[in-house]
Design a protein around this ligand. Structure first.
Ligand SMILES: *[C@@H]1O[C@H](CO)[C@@H](O)[C@H](O)[C@H]1NC(C)=O
Ligand SMILES: *[C@@H]1O[C@H](CO)[C@@H](O)[C@H](O)[C@H]1NC(C)=O
Ligand SMILES: *[C@@H]1O[C@H](CO)[C@@H](O)[C@H](O)[C@H]1NC(C)=O
Ligand SMILES: *[C@@H]1O[C@H](CO)[C@@H](O)[C@H](O)[C@H]1NC(C)=O
Length: 193
């Protein structure tokens, strides 16, 4: 099933208001893949209200080297032109250069034992081996990833980290028991540019 993003927010509202009477019809809508706007920012929506300082932040590349960046989360006023678009199942970003940047889910040597890992915004051409760059799609819960070689889909974590601003991590939900107090579990919703 495929429906346009214009329905996303009203759909989320619908599933909330009808949660008490969930039917097969509603669950088949709620599982649908959605088409995002052509160009969008990715905005956090905190699932746990206690961590509201991670709400309404925008995925922004923090340049760490030639062709490398970390996915940080910044207020709209400091947004540094990190415009997203979906290319097949790649979450790409237009950083207004000729380089093709994309979201890369950093791998772990230790998938069985860690609970989350870095999200990079790297030059896809030169960093193809440094994690997974495809397997992204949108549904009513925002950006989703079901990577190759990983047994289940990921969630998103926003934490205060070493750049001094909140940073995005991807979560292996199977291992998530508790999270540091600076972290919040978030969704990443597309916000049309
Ligand atoms: C939607 O997801 C729920 C829970 O995972 C599942 O029970 C249901 O069969 C799914 N519906 C469709 C249409 O895929
Ligand atoms: C979106 O997809 C993820 C991963 O498959 C799933 O866990 C989640 O329940 C989906 N959300 C909705 C609203 O269908
Ligand atoms: C924002 O963009 C400017 C150039 O437009 C660059 O000098 C600066 O390093 C960028 N900031 C971050 C945090 O990436
Ligand atoms: C989309 O991805 C393909 C590879 O799958 C690549 O060749 C193409 O350049 C990408 N398009 C853009 C606009 O980056």
């Amino acid at each position: 099933m495929h429906i346009t993003l214009s329905a996303l927010l009203s759909l989320a509202h619908l599933s909330l208001t009808l949660a008490a009477t969930t039917s097969n019809a509603i669950s088949s809508i709620a599982n649908a893949t959605l088409t995002p706007p052509i160009r969008y920012y990715l905005k956090t929506s905190v699932i746990d209200d206690d961590d509201s300082d991670k709400n309404d932040l925008y995925v922004t590349s923090w340049h760490t080297g030639a062709g490398f960046g970390d996915a940080t989360l910044r207020p709209f006023s400091t947004l540094n032109k990190t415009v997203g678009f979906l290319n097949d199942t790649r979450q790409q970003f237009d950083l207004y250069t000729s380089i093709t940047y994309g979201m890369i889910m950093a791998p772990s040597d230790n998938l069985e034992h860690v609970a989350w890992n870095f999200v990079r915004i790297n030059d896809l051409a030169s960093n193809a081996g440094d994690g997974s760059m495809s397997g992204f799609f949108f549904n009513a819960s925002g950006l989703q990833w079901e990577g190759e070689g990983v047994w289940m889909s990921a969630g998103w974590l926003a934490c205060d980290w070493w750049h001094g601003v909140p940073q995005l991590f991807w979560v292996f939900s199977r291992h998530l028991t508790s999270i540091p107090s600076s972290c919040a579990i978030v969704e990443l919703l597309p916000f049309a540019v």
